[in-house]
Design a protein around this ligand. Structure first.
Ligand code: MCN
Ligand code: CUN
Length: 791
C-alpha cells in the first residue's frame, strides 16, 4: 500500500509536452515519410482555367513515358463509377473532371509513375483541349439572371444557389428595430482565407488485391469518418480498410474533407497493385484544397441611447465555391453562425444566409473555428464597436452593460443556443487589469494630440465547441460521438486509445494527464494511441475543438469505469467492505482511515492475478482484467469565451499597422495542461493577426487564383506579432465530467475583431468607420484617403 503521488507527476499539474522531443528533433513520422517497398508516385493534372468544357484529352504520350505505370482520366473513373464522390455536406464533387472544369486547379487526370519527378514530367505530356466558358467569380453576381451556371451536373438546377438558411425570429427582430432609439447597419466582408498548414495534404494507399485490404496513410483529421466514406464511395468492405493518420503537420480544418487526391491514390494502388504516394505541393494546397470564410455580411444593430443592445440582424452571402465541401454538421449548413448574438443578452435576433456556387475552389471549412463562429463573432464585435462609437460610450463599458449576467447561465440565446456557463464581466475585468486600460486610453489621447495613430481594440467572444449531441449533430449521417478505450495492464501501466487525432495539439500528453488524474497513475505510465482506425475506437475526429469536450470526456468516463471496478478489487485487497471504500488523492482508502491506500497498480495486479476474483454486484465473480470503453454523446456543446484587447500603432505615412500589445484572457473551464492551452492560445492569436492584416485568397476576373504561393498568401511570422500577454479565468463547464471546455480555436475566433477594432480606433481622427480585412498597408492608407477599396 503506497502513498499518494506528487501532484507534479500526475494529473493536471504537469506543464511539459511529451511529444516535444520527437518533433523538436525532427523525428516525427508524417505521411511523406512513409516509404513502402515498390511504392509508386502519383501526380495530379490540374485545370489551368476556372470554367471550361473538356473538348478532348489525349494521354497517349504520357502513357508511353518509360516510367509511367498508369494514366487515369475522368472518363476512366466514370467507367468504374468513381468519377464523383459525396462531400461532407451532402453535395457531390468530381474526383476527376468528366464534363467540365469548375474551378482553377480542379483535378483533371492523374499519372502514376516510378518516381515523383517522372509522374510530374508525364503530366506535361497529357494534351487537353479546353473550351473556355465565362466564369462566375464574385458571389455578388452569382445569382444574377444570366450568370453562367456552375452546377449543370445537378439535374433541374437552373441557378447558382447552394442553400438558404435562417435562424431567429424575423418578425420580433423587425419590431425591436422599429422601436429602437438607435439603429446602425454596416456591410463587411470576411474574406476568403486558407488554413495553409505547414504540411500539405497527401496519402499513401496500399491495396492488397489478394485480401482486398486497403491501408491508407493520409493527412486526415478524421480517420474513422474517412474510412466509412471510402467504404461507401469505393464499395470496399469497411472492416478491411485501415486509415492511419500518423503525425500530421497542422490541420486547422484543411484536413477534415476527403480530397480527390486521396481517392486517386486509392484507385492508383488498385490499378497497379502497388503502394502509391500522393503529396500536394504548396501551390496545389493553396489553390485547390478547401478554403475558409468568404462571407459577405450585412450587420444591423438596434439599441437604446444609453447603450442597451436590443436586437441584432444579419444577412449573409456565402461563397461555397464549385462544390459544397464544407465540413459541418448536417443540420447546420451555415455552421454555427447562429451564435452571432455573441456574448450579449438581447431581446431579438435574426440571421439569414444565402450560399452560392462560384467557379472557385470548393469548401469552405471552418479554419480554426467551430463551424463559422469566426464570422459570427467578427460581425457582432464589429457592430458593437460601431455602436459604441455612435453612442460615445467606451467599447469596454458598452460590452459590460450588455453581457449575459453570470447568474443567467445556462442561458438560451435568441437563436436557441444554450450557453453552459460563464462569468463574462470577470474575464473582461481581468483583461482590462492586465492591459492597464485606463492608462492606455490616456496615452492614446496624448499621442493623438501629437498626430500619432494609436488604436485600442476590444473584442469579447463566446465559442461553441465540442460537437455534438447526437440528437442534433451528425456528419454525413454519422453521429458526432467519440470513443475511448482504456486498458490497465497487470503492472499498473495504462494505454488509452482515443478516436480523435492530434495534428499538433498535444493529445499524447493531455489524454495521458486525464487518465493519470483520474486513476492516480504517473503520467509517464500512460500511453496514448490515436490516428489508426485499426487500433482505436470509432469517433468523428479532431476539429471544432471537440477532442477535449467529447473524447476527453470519454477518457474521463472510461477511467471512472475502471475505478469503479477497481473499488471492488481494492476492497478485497484490504478485506474491507465495499461500502467503506472511497477514492481520495489518487488511491482507494477505507473511510475514516486515511492511512490505508490501495493504488490502481495494486488493483491491476489483483485483477490479473492468480487468485479467484471477488464477487461483483450481481453476485458472480468479477471478470478478470482491468479495461473499459466508452462512447461519449455530449449533452451540450461547451462554451469557452474570452476578453481580448489589442493595441496597434498605424504609420500615418504608409498605413502600415504594427501590433504593439495583445492581451488575451481565455476561459476554457478546467485546464488539463496550462502550457498546452497557452500554446494553443498563442497560435490562434497569431492566426488572428494574419487574418486581420495580411491573409487573403483573391481571384482575378477570369477566376485565376492569386494566392498560389506563400509569397502571395502572406502568413504572419514572429516579426509581425507581439509578445502575447495571456490571462485566465476558470469557470467549469457544468456538464463536462471534469469541467473542461475546448480551447483549440478560441483565439483564432476572438482575435481578428480585436485587431480590426484597434486599427479603426486608431483611424478615428480620419473619420473612417469601417474597412475590410485584410488591413494591409495599402488598404489602410486608402481608407485614410476616404477611399476604402472593396475586396
Ligand atoms: N486543453 C486543455 N485544457 C482545456 C482544453 C484543452 O489542456 N480545458 C488541451 C487539450 O487537451 C488538447 C489541446 O488543449 O491537448 C487542444 O484541445 P481542444 O480544445 O479540445 O482542441 P482539439 O484537440 O480538438 O484540437 C482541435 C483544434 C482545432 S479544431 C484546430 S483548427 C487547431 C487547433 O486545435 N488546429 C491545430 N490547434 C492546433 N494546434 C496545432 N498545433 N495544429 C493544428 O492543426
Ligand atoms: Cu474549425 S478548423 Mo478545426 O475545426 O479543424
Amino acid at each position: 500500500m503506497s502513498a499518494a503521488l506528487d501532484p507534479a507527476e500526475h494529473g493536471f499539474g504537469r506543464r511539459t509536452l511529451r511529444e516535444a522531443p520527437r518533433f523538436v528533433r525532427g523525428r516525427g513520422t508524417y505521411v511523406d515519410d512513409v516509404q513502402l517497398p515498390g511504392m509508386l508516385h502519383l501526380a495530379v493534372l490540374r485545370a489551368p482555367v476556372a470554367h471550361a468544357r473538356i473538348a478532348s484529352i489525349d494521354t497517349t504520350a504520357a502513357q508511353a513515358h518509360p516510367k509511367v505505370k498508369a494514366v487515369v482520366t475522368g472518363a476512366d473513373l466514370a467507367e468504374r463509377g468513381l468519377a464523383w464522390m459525396p462531400t461532407l455536406s451532402a453535395d457531390t464533387q468530381a474526383v476527376l473532371v468528366t464534363d467540365k472544369v469548375r474551378f482553377q486547379g480542379q483535378e483533371v487526370a492523374f499519372v502514376v509513375a516510378e518516381d515523383r519527378y517522372s509522374a510530374r514530367d508525364a503530366l506535361e505530356l497529357i494534351e487537353v483541349e479546353y473550351d473556355v466558358l465565362p466564369p462566375v467569380v464574385d458571389a455578388r453576381t452569382a445569382l444574377a439572371p444570366g450568370a453562367p451556371l456552375v452546377r449543370d451536373d445537378v439535374e433541374g438546377r437552373t441557378d447558382n444557389l447552394c442553400f438558404e438558411w435562417e435562424s431567429g425570429d424575423a418578425a420580433a427582430t423587425a419590431a425591436v428595430f422599429e422601436r429602437a432609439e438607435v439603429t446602425l447597419a454596416q456591410d463587411m466582408v470576411y474574406p476568403r482565407i486558407h488554413p495553409a498548414p505547414m504540411e500539405t495534404c497527401g496519402a499513401v494507399a496500399d491495396y492488397d488485391r489478394i485480401d482486398r485490404r486497403l491501408t491508407l496513410w493520409s493527412t486526415s483529421q478524421a480517420p474513422h469518418a474517412h474510412r466509412t466514406l471510402y467504404a461507401v464511395i469505393a464499395g470496399l468492405p469497411e472492416h478491411r480498410i485501415r486509415v492511419i493518420s500518423p503525425d500530421v503537420g497542422g490541420g486547422f480544418g484543411n484536413k477534415v474533407p476527403i480530397y480527390p487526391g486521396y481517392l486517386c491514390a486509392i484507385v492508383g494502388s488498385m490499378l497497379t497493385g502497388r503502394p502509391v504516394k500522393w503529396m500536394e505541393d504548396r501551390t496545389e494546397n493553396l489553390v485547390s484544397s478547401t478554403f475558409a470564410r468568404d462571407y459577405v455580411m450585412r450587420g444591423e444593430i438596434a439599441a437604446t441611447r444609453d447603450g442597451r443592445i436590443l436586437g441584432l440582424r444579419s444577412q449573409v452571402l456565402a461563397d461555397h465555391g464549385a462544390f459544397n465541401a464544407a465540413a459541418t454538421p448536417t443540420k447546420y449548413p451555415a455552421g454555427f453562425f447562429g451564435v452571432f448574438t455573441g456574448s450579449y443578452d438581447i431581446e431579438a435576433a435574426h440571421c439569414a444566409v444565402t450560399a452560392v456556387h462560384t467557379n472557385k475552389a470548393p469548401g469552405g471549412v471552418a479554419y480554426a473555428c467551430s463551424f463559422r463562429i469566426a464570422e459570427a463573432v467578427y460581425l457582432v464585435e464589429r457592430m458593437v464597436d460601431l455602436l459604441a462609437r455612435e453612442l460615445g460610450i467606451d467599447p469596454v463599458e458598452l460590452r459590460r452593460r450588455n453581457f449575459i449576467r453570470p447568474d443567467a447561465f445556462p442561458y438560451t440565446t435568441r437563436t436557441g443556443w444554450v450557453y453552459d456557463s460563464g462569468d463574462y464581466p470577470a474575464a473582461m475585468a481581468e483583461a482590462v487589469r492586465i492591459a492597464g486600460y485606463d492608462e492606455l486610453r490616456a496615452e492614446q489621447a496624448e499621442r493623438r494630440a501629437r498626430g500619432e495613430l494609436m488604436g485600442i481594440g476590444v473584442s469579447f467572444f463566446t465559442e461553441a465547441v465540442g460537437a455534438g449531441p447526437r440528437k442534433d449533430m451528425d456528419m454525413a449521417g454519422l453521429g458526432m460521438a467519440d470513443g475511448c478505450e482504456l486498458r490497465v495492464y497487470p503492472t499498473g501501466k495504462a494505454v488509452v486509445r482515443i478516436s480523435v487525432q492530434s495534428q499538433g495539439q498535444g493529445h499524447e500528453t493531455t489524454f495521458a494527464q486525464i487518465v493519470s488524474e483520474e486513476l492516480g497513475i504517473p503520467v509517464d505510465d500512460v500511453d496514448v494511441v490515436h490516428g489508426d482506425t485499426d487500433l482505436t475506437p470509432f469517433g468523428l475526429g479532431t476539429y471544432g475543438s471537440r477532442s477535449t469536450p467529447v473524447s476527453g470526456a470519454a477518457a474521463v468516463l472510461a477511467a471512472r469505469k475502471v475505478r469503479e471496478k477497481g473499488r471492488l478489487l481494492a476492497s478485497s485487497v484490504l478485506e474491507a467492505a465495499v461500502a467503506d471504500m472511497e477514492w481520495a488523492d489518487g488511491a482507494y482508502r477505507v473511510k475514516g482511515d486515511p492511512g490505508t491506500a490501495v493504488t490502481i497498480a495494486e488493483v491491476a495486479a489483483r485483477a490479473y492475478g492468480a487468485r479467484d476474483l471477488p464477487a461483483g454486484p450481481d453476485g458472480e465473480p468479477l471478470e478478470g482484467g482491468l479495461e473499459a470503453s466508452v462512447s461519449y454523446n455530449p449533452e451540450n456543446l461547451t462554451y469557452p469565451y474570452g476578453a481580448y484587447l489589442c493595441v496597434v500603432d498605424v504609420d500615418p505615412g504608409t498605413g502600415k499597422v504594427a501590433v504593439r500589445r495583445f492581451i488575451a484572457v481565455d476561459d476554457c473551464g478546467t485546464r488539463i495542461n496550462e502550457a498546452v492551452v497557452e500554446g494553443q492560445v498563442h497560435r490562434g492569436l497569431t492566426d488572428g493577426v494574419g487574418i486581420a492584416l495580411m491573409e487573403y485568397v483573391g481571384y482575378d476576373e477570369d477566376g485565376n487564383c492569386l494566392a498560389g504561393s506563400l509569397m502571395d498568401y502572406l502568413i504572419p511570422t514572429a516579426l509581425e506579432v507581439p509578445d502575447w500577454e495571456t490571462g485566465a479565468t476558470y469557470i467549469a463547464s457544468p456538464h463536462h465530467p471534469i469541467g473542461a471546455k475546448g480551447v483549440g480555436e478560441s483565439s483564432t475566433v476572438g482575435s481578428p475583431p480585436a485587431v480590426v477594432n484597434a486599427v479603426l480606433d486608431a483611424l478615428q481622427p480620419y473619420g473612417v468607420r469601417h474597412a475590410d480585412m485584410p488591413l494591409t498597408p495599402g488598404r489602410v492608407w486608402e481608407a485614410m484617403q476616404g477611399n476604402p477599396t472593396p475586396p
